[in-house]
Design a protein around this ligand. Structure first.
Ligand SMILES: [Zn+2]
Length: 148
């Protein structure tokens, strides 16, 4: 059976590029008394789904990782050098450098990856709430993020 890619709804799905999406359902947490005090055991169900995807969407889903990392490392280096050498504060460098890295990654993804996705009229990897089978589970209390 030939099926259409869920993400772009345009190309044929490629069996080599099927996306795996995992859903979780939180169950009641068990508490028990152990030697070191109260022990918490989180319980949840896990289920994986195969989502039809074409090679183009698969490629775009994967392209943001490396450039985002490179961009954020460059920004972190610049910020760290500025704070250490010009502002002369090691404390500020330790606190602000990781924040600058995170901000850089978010900005980069927003302006490149998101824009590219919109241009192709495709969905992000985890925009699966329109998937007929997954939609049913999401309405039944399942979630995309692993319960904490
Ligand atoms: Zn596609």
């Amino acid at each position: 059976m030939i099926s259409t890619c869920y993400y772009c709804n345009k190309n044929y799905s490629d069996p080599n590029h099927v996306a795996t999406v995992i859903l979780y359902k939180k169950l009641e947490t068990d508490y028990s008394l152990g030697l070191t005090g109260l022990k918490k055991k989180k319980n949840y169900l896990k289920k994986s789904f195969q989502v039809n995807r074409c090679a183009t969407c698969s490629k775009i889903h994967h392209t943001s990782n490396l450039p985002t990392l490179i961009f954020s490392v460059i920004i972190m280096t610049v910020v760290a050098l500025y704070l250490l050498l010009i502002y002369k504060s090691r404390g500020a460098a330790i606190i602000l450098t990781p924040l600058a890295g995170i901000a850089a990654a978010i900005i980069y993804i927003y302006f490149t990856y998101r824009r590219k996705i919109k241009k192709h009229g495709m969905k992000d990897l985890l925009e699966i709430n329109e998937h007929p089978e997954i939609k049913f589970y999401l309405q039944d209390g399942w979630q995309i993020i692993e319960p904490v």
